[in-house]
Ligand binder design. Structure first.
Ligand code: NAP
Ligand code: F7E
Length: 339
């Protein structure tokens, strides 16, 4: 039986990847932190399912703690490691930059070094990110586009990306960087903009909140569906040679578009009024203000536009996105309203 180890298993991607690998017949091990506030929310469905939970194991460890990483890798003997653990919030990385560097940069080195010592044949997936591109002057970004990170998060991830390449080239280790563009789902953390919008709409409908406070409505992202992005991680580790791959939809929508589409799901048409910090989103029928701008959510440095070219992944991995923007919003809203 194949054995995989997932760091960040309690997060959005880690939990979908666990589902995917269990379905493929893997024995799945994951790291959980003592300090997690809600460590098993995304894993509850696995833990209660007797058919699959016999192949599922959680271990207390932290990617900033070398001894715990060494112990788990030595005990578990994985053939594949998916390093998804991160302080993954870009805005938060401006508030905890040093901590972000420890978790998002140095931890990848830590894992690679431990693997090199225990069994350098273990394949490693590193969660790189479209944030590496920063405000690129290219209209569409691919594996050849140069990086220009603009946040402590993306600078830390740039280290993770390069150190993976260094060990790949210097020691022939199988380490692949997945350059994934934004991907969302009902399991997205509550402080990321898509989940904040869908959860906010539910609160408004239930009369528990009057409006949603947001930051920059005009930034544009290439948003895909997390559940289908995790398959690409696995595909990357099944190749003969390690490489780096962009995973994206090739379509771009703004935060404003997301707000409009999500409200449309509950039959509310949003009209916009005012400018800058005074701009508001209004229910076009009742004239109630449903969206306000709060400067707290503006970033010291904003990444304005991302659009990914996934043609290399399509050609080599045979991967392409199925769920596009409108379907993604529908999946998230549908789930929000039944939760
Ligand atoms: P997420 O939901 O924020 O999950 C992050 C995971 O990392 C959680 O399981 C968290 O555990 C764990 N973690 C944080 N610090 C840790 C530590 N010190 N030791 C061990 N585990 C730790 O992130 P995601 O959206 O699933 O993303 C997965 C990975 O892909 C991340 O590396 C992210 O940076 C990267 N990425 C994400 C996107 C995206 O759009 N989602 C795009 C590109 C790249 P707790 O539950 O204990 O907090
Ligand atoms: O912001 C704007 C915000 O925090 C998206 C992470 O998974 O994807 C994610 O990073 C956009 C930004 O995601 C709010 O300014 C407006 O322009 O949902 P987000 P992100 O920063 O793109 C990349 C690829 C990763 O690698 C990261 O790990 O939305 N925005 N108003 C807001 N964003 C938030 N969070 N909250 C707001 O109120």
């Amino acid at each position: 039986m194949k054995v995989a180890l997932i760091t960040g298993i309690t997060g959005q991607d880690g939990s979908y990847l666990a589902d995917f690998l269990l379905e493929k017949g893997y024995k799945v091990h994951g790291l959980r932190r003592y300090s997690s506030t809600n460590p098993i929310k995304n894993l509850q469905h696995i833990l209660i399912n007797k058919k699959i939970n016999k192949n599922f194991f959680l271990h207390y460890a932290d990617v900033t703690d070398t001894d715990s990483i060494f112990r788990v890798i030595k005990d578990v003997k994985p053939i594949e490691i998916y390093n998804l653990a991160a302080q993954s919030h870009v805005h938060a990385s401006f508030q905890v930059p040093e901590y972000t560097a420890q978790v998002d940069a140095v931890s990848q080195l830590r894992i690679i070094e431990v693997v090199k010592q225990i069994n350098p044949k273990i394949k490693i997936y590193q969660a790189a990110t479209s944030e590496l591109y920063g405000n690129s002057n290219k209209k569409i970004q691919n594996e050849m586009t140069s990086f220009a990170p603009i946040s402590p998060y993306s600078v830390a991830k740039l280290y993770g990306y390069h150190i993976s390449k260094v060990y790949r080239e210097a020691y022939g280790m199988f380490i692949t960087n997945g350059i994934l563009f934004n991907h969302e789902s009902p399991r997205r953390g509550p402080t990321f903009v898509t989940k904040k919008i869908t959860a906010g709409i539910k609160q408004i409908i239930n009369g528990k909140q009057t409006h949603i406070k947001l930051g920059n409505l005009n930034s544009k992202r290439d948003w895909g569906y997390a559940k289908e992005y995790v398959e690409s991680m696995w595909l990357m580790l099944q190749q003969k040679k390690p490489s780096d791959f962009v995973i994206a939809t090739g379509q771009v929508y703004s935060v404003r578009n997301f707000v409009e589409e999500a409200f449309k799901y509950v039959n509310i048409k949003i009209k916009w009024k005012g400018k800058g910090l005074k701009e508001v989103g209004i229910n076009s029928k009742s004239n109630k203000v449903l969206v306000k701008i709060d400067p707290y959510f503006l970033r010291p440095n904003e990444l304005h536009y991302l659009k990914g070219d996934y043609s290399k992944s399509k050609k080599i991995l045979g991967w392409k996105p199925k769920v596009k923007f409108k379907e993604l919003v529908k999946i998230m809203m549908e789930n929000e309203l039944i939760e």
